[in-house]
Write a protein that binds this ligand. Structure first.
Ligand SMILES: Cc1cc2nc3c(=O)[nH]c(=O)nc-3n(C[C@H](O)[C@H](O)[C@H](O)COP(=O)(O)OP(=O)(O)OC[C@H]3O[C@@H](n4cnc5c(N)ncnc54)[C@H](O)[C@@H]3O)c2cc1C
Length: 399
């Protein structure tokens, strides 16, 4: 098969597109997969990424096929708040842009091409140089969040990977060090120790607007590194503005997407509504797609049907997480957001693990809300219903 024809065409070779390639290749080595990637980051994102996940986010199957792409692993993680610090037992792991790309390029059935699609349809894509690639199954993994169907808050961050002059002394990731002073909403620092003298330091803020003031974040990182005594030089940096979902009109999104290519990843609104992370859902979606390809002749329509089912079930399961986002962004004044998280991380570890994996049970949900609710009832009441935000979205799409 030449590059202008494939069994599966994946437009966008970032996180979600690459995971689809890994999952499909793991189940059926006979599929010819073409991945086209423009190499251009999304608006507000950098093209250098570290994508992390908790071991408990993935099924054993997904853990197996993602393993070749993993660049770093740790046997636990920590959180720190003004009133306590806690070690969490779940292992943590990171992929990097390089490790993910290398894992995909090592697959003999995958051709990865540089190129920007100017039009993507259910039967193929038109590229910027005038060429065209046709395939019976086309996946849209271009990463553009469907904003018209979502009401959003933002998690913004700048990360600097620092080569430290002396060992930095950290062995485990601190996924939330909220002992830092609070600015621009809820602020914490996230650190990943890649080597004894190399550490990623990310200044992160949950704020109402998407504007990223780089200078302020850089100053935050510098203050943090100085306070830890981490002299050194910058080796790499990344930044992101991640969507936090307060409402999602998933039914309308999937109805409008029906005749096109199969959306995955951020393009399909498949991310954790409270953290903006998409890796766990991208891995599940990749498994769904790989399984659908074994069940019936590979076509955009059959994969679309399976993805739509999965995505609508996911959106339904995420109702409670969107409520938490509304409470965080609309119910809690910015200075109160840290208290909400501080209380949350005192909950039992299995619940925290299910929160990250997006698998909270009804009992977990009750546990989060009952007893001492995260915000006062009178502030929570106006946030309870998603319907007014959905109405608003529908009105805006109609005009
Ligand atoms: C810096 C950063 C760090 C993050 N860290 C984490 C994390 O630790 N864990 C986690 O779960 N989530 C993380 N996220 C959030 C989320 O998981 C990522 O944004 C993730 O990359 C989304 O995956 P995606 O495949 O949907 O989009 P992307 O990874 O952005 O991939 C889209 C790809 O499509 C390509 N593309 C776009 N348009 C075209 C076109 N027309 N033609 C061809 N190619 C095109 C782009 O070049 C890009 O490579 C992070 C986000 C950022 C920005």
């Amino acid at each position: 098969m030449t590059p202008d024809r494939a069994d599966v065409l994946i437009v966008g070779g970032g996180l979600a597109g690459s995971l689809v390639a890994l999952a499909v290749a793991a189940r059926d080595a006979s599929r010819r997969i073409t991945v086209v990637d423009s190499g251009a980051p999304q608006e507000g994102q950098s093209d250098s990424h570290t994508w992390s996940f908790h071991d408990t986010d993935l099924s054993p199957d997904a853990a197996r096929w993602i393993a070749p792409a993993v660049a770093h692993r740790w046997p636990g993680q920590e959180v720190r708040f003004p009133s306590y610090a806690r070690r969490l037992r779940a292992g943590y792991a990171s992929l990097t842009s390089q490790s993910l790309r290398a894992a995909v390029e090592a697959l003999p059935m995958v051709t990865r091409l540089p190129g920007r699609a100017t039009a993507i349809g259910a039967a193929g894509a038109q590229l910027h140089d005038g060429s065209r690639i046709d395939a019976p199954c086309v996946i849209d993994a271009t990463g553009r969040v469907p904003r018209g169907y979502l009401t959003l808050g933002w998690q913004k961050f700048v990360g600097v990977e620092r080569q430290t002059a002396r060992p930095h002394g950290r062995a485990l990731p601190i996924i939330m060090d909220a002992t830092v002073d609070q600015r621009d909403g809820y602020r914490f620092v996230y650190t990943l120790p890649f080597a004894p003298d190399r550490i990623l330091i990310e200044d992160t803020r949950y704020s109402d607007g998407p504007a990223l003031d780089h200078a302020s974040f850089e100053a935050g990182i510098e203050d943090y590194a100085r306070a830890q005594g981490w002299d050194g030089t910058e080796a790499r940096r990344e930044h992101g503005v991640l969507p936090i979902a307060m409402a999602f009109d998933a039914e309308a999104f999937w109805a409008d997407a029906a005749a096109g290519p199969v959306p995955v990843g951020m393009r399909a609104g498949l991310f954790h509504p409270v953290t903006g992370y998409s890796l766990p859902l991208a891995a599940r979606a990749a498994d769904i797609i790989a399984a659908a390809m074994l069940e019936s002749p590979v076509s955009t329509a059959s994969v679309m049907a399976a993805m739509r089912r999965f995505a609508l079930e996911t959106a339904d399961r995420q109702r409670f997480l969107r409520l938490l986002s509304r409470m965080l962004f609309r119910g809690a004044a910015p200075p109160a957001r840290r208290k909400v998280l501080e209380r949350f991380y005192r909950l039992p570890e299995p619940l925290i693990e299910r929160f990250y994996a997006g698998d909270l049970t009804r009992a977990d949900q009750a546990r989060i809300l009952l007893g001492r609710p995260p915000i006062p009832i009178r502030d929570a009441l106006p946030c309870l219903r998603e319907a007014p935000l959905l109405e608003d979205l529908r009105r805006k799409r109609a005009t």
